[in-house]
Design a protein around this ligand. Structure first.
Ligand SMILES: C[S@@+](CC[C@H](N)C(=O)[O-])C[C@H]1O[C@@H](n2cnc3c(N)ncnc32)[C@H](O)[C@@H]1O
Length: 264
């Protein structure tokens, strides 16, 4: 299975994706930058369309929204929600962000919620977004700190067994790195709003957060490993997590950066 097929299979299997948590964490992006009536919006990796729908309601019938994604099953859910709300200004396109092209200066706003770290070439995608935007337009996306979702413990457990696991959250995992990538692509007025959504978990729950295998990274060395090796790595992960336990439990960081940047 290729990386792209893995991503599609994973998200197609998540037809129960929608709940209050996933809705609220996505539409929170609009609190930081919202489109105006009549504007054109692109929602990259729209999934079940939460941002696309909220944006469509903001831009009204004189505006329009395009939502793109590769997970057919999630797009079907998005389409049903759009129909149920009688929205005529949203178009969904099943396409990989990597190949999606739009004419220069087409959009006033480009959103990408909880997806950017899954894209293989982030700087190139951000460069495309700059081109697709009008002057004065903005991009708004989320990414996570490099230690969110216990990522560093997973990487450390792999390292103990001689496996170099690239951290999915590393490229945009600090405010400085986010700033650098956006500045390289000529974006200005970069605003990074951190939101801590972490909680303490019981030891058992924290250990169950990683099954020893799933890791959505294009260069994932775990795919090639024998089950026995995976079991050893998983045991090391469980030890790493046990060492983090405090009276309150294990801190499960979910530090989300809500990022807005403009094409001036
Ligand atoms: C965690 S979901 C987020 C969905 C939505 N943005 C939200 O916040 O509710 C990640 C989404 O990224 C999409 N995705 C991943 N890689 C993609 C790619 N290369 N091109 C387009 N969509 C992609 C997945 O199919 C999935 O719908």
């Amino acid at each position: 299975m290729t990386y792209k097929q893995e991503i599609i299979a994973h998200y197609n299997g998540r037809t129960n994706y929608d709940n209050d948590f996933t809705l609220n964490r996505a539409i929170a992006l609009l609190d930081y930058a919202s489109p105006f009536p009549g504007q054109r919006v692109l929602d990259v990796a729209t999934g079940t369309g939460n941002i696309a729908i909220a944006a469509a309601q903001k831009v009204g019938t004189n505006g329009s929204v395009i939502g793109i994604d590769i997970a057919t099953e999630l797009l079907k859910i998005a389409q049903q929600k759009i129909q149920a709300k009688n929205l005529s200004n949203v178009e969904l396109i099943e396409v990989d962000v990597k190949v999606y092209q739009a004419e220069p200066e087409k959009f006033d706003a480009i959103y990408c919620s909880y997806a950017i770290v899954l894209f293989p070439n982030i700087p190139k995608i951000i460069e495309n977004w700059y081109r697709f935007l009008k002057f004065g337009g903005f991009i708004a996306f989320t990414c996570s700190s490099e230690n969110s979702y216990l990522a560093l413990s997973i990487v450390e457990a792999c390292a103990k067994h001689g496996i170099t696991l690239p951290n999915l959250h590393e490229p945009l995992g600090t405010p400085e790195r986010i700033q650098d990538v956006l500045t390289q692509a000529k974006f200005t007025q970069i605003k990074i709003h951190p939101r801590q959504m972490g909680t303490y978990l019981s030891l058992e729950k924290a250990q169950s957060k990683w099954n020893g295998q799933f890791w959505a990274h294009i260069d994932n060395p775990l795919r090639q490993l024998e089950p026995q090796k995976i079991r050893q790595i998983k045991a090391s992960y469980d030890d790493e997590i046990a060492a983090l336990e405090t009276k309150q439990g294990v801190w499960h960081e979910e530090l989300i950066y809500y990022v807005v940047a403009r094409k001036a």
